[in-house]
Design a protein around this ligand. Structure first.
Ligand code: ADP
Length: 308
């Protein structure tokens, strides 16, 4: 398998007295798509900034391609492609001019650079728009052009901050497919940050970030399989009272999250029926579903990832 492309060990970072990363450890092998999933304020952007060499780690170590960023950040930049949340393309230049400019920053030049830029745009399905000003492209195409720009110098590691932000579902799907092609056809290793469960579930592995700590790391299916059976969510007039009654009657520990009771149960339908029959006056609604990464987050933190 070779050495990991990304190795993070005991990473800490604080803004004055506010600790944003509180000892983060993980590694990413070559050709993996790794999602850092966490709610707002969990430390995703801070981690992104460190991995993209914008800010140095405060303590702990971060190695990319075996080079420690504290001492050798300059040695990794050429192998790194960084996609920011906010577009970094110049809207007044054409798509191709943006790519050529980026190529110059990486020491590429002349007709070879133009050929490479055009080939990258073709590969991403924006070849026809190469000579259009960026400002005339749709949001989804601008995102692809942005990606094309950072791919011009053929990075081996791509780091993206919340890449789906501002994209409609169709454009999100397209973008995701492109990331998978990059992994499969170009052997690129990819780390992205996201607060979207659906996006994280499409990645090879997920690191769940909560208050600056990784509370779970693994592939989505294995993480979800750690929840036995189904997740039952019950709304009640008096959830605290029902919580006690569930314990007494069924011997189960329901967790109260955002005003609803959540129970992991081997058979959601059976449990929903039993609870509705046992406490018809208390239960306002009860539903079950297969576990998601949100349930993993609840289990690890006692909170939901988002309150949508
Ligand atoms: P996320 O990207 O997951 O929203 P951030 O990395 O932006 O998380 O923030 C992590 C924590 O650090 C939060 O508590 C946030 O308020 C704090 N933080 C982020 N940037 C700054 C800053 N420039 N100054 C002070 N605190 C900050």
């Amino acid at each position: 398998m070779g050495n990991p492309v990304v190795e993070v060990e005991g990473l800490r970072y604080a803004y004055r007295d506010r600790e944003a990363l509180a000892g983060v450890t993980f590694a990413i092998p070559r050709r993996e798509i790794f999602a850092v999933l966490g709610p707002n304020g969990s430390g995703k952007t801070t981690l992104f900034k460190i991995l993209s060499t914008l800010v140095p780690p405060m303590s702990g170590s971060v190695c990319l391609f075996g080079h420690d960023l504290s001492r050798e950040a300059h040695r990794v930049r050429h192998h790194l492609g960084v996609v920011f949340q906010h577009p970094s393309l110049d809207r007044h230049l054409t798509v191709l001019e943006n790519l050529v400019h980026h190529g110059h920053l990486h020491g590429l030049w002349g007709s070879a650079l133009r050929r490479r830029a055009l080939a990258t745009l073709e590969w991403l399905g924006v070849g026809e728009r190469a000579r259009d000003r960026v400002g005339t492209l749709s949001g989804g195409l601008q995102r692809r052009a942005e990606l094309a720009k950072v791919l011009v110098h053929r990075p081996e590691l791509l780091v993206l901050d919340e890449p789906s932000t501002g994209l409609d579902p169709g454009a999100r799907r397209d973008f995701r497919a492109i990331l998978h092609r990059l992994r499969d056809e170009e052997q690129v290793t990819i780390l992205l940050t996201t607060h979207l469960i659906e996006e994280a579930e499409q990645c090879d592995r997920v690191g769940v970030l909560h208050e600056g700590q990784l509370v779970a790391v693994g592939d989505p299916e294995t993480l979800k399989a750690s929840v036995r059976g189904d997740v039952v969510v019950i709304h009640a007039a008096h959830p605290g009272v029902l919580q006690t009654k569930l314990r007494e009657r069924f011997g189960c520990e329901a967790v109260l999250v955002d005003g609803a009771l959540r129970v992991e149960h081997p058979s959601g339908p059976d449990f929903v029926r039993a609870v509705a029959e046992a406490f018809p006056d208390e239960v306002k609604s009860a539903a079950f579903g297969k576990p998601t990464l949100d349930d993993i987050f609840v289990r690890m933190t006692g909170r939901r990832l988002w309150n949508g």
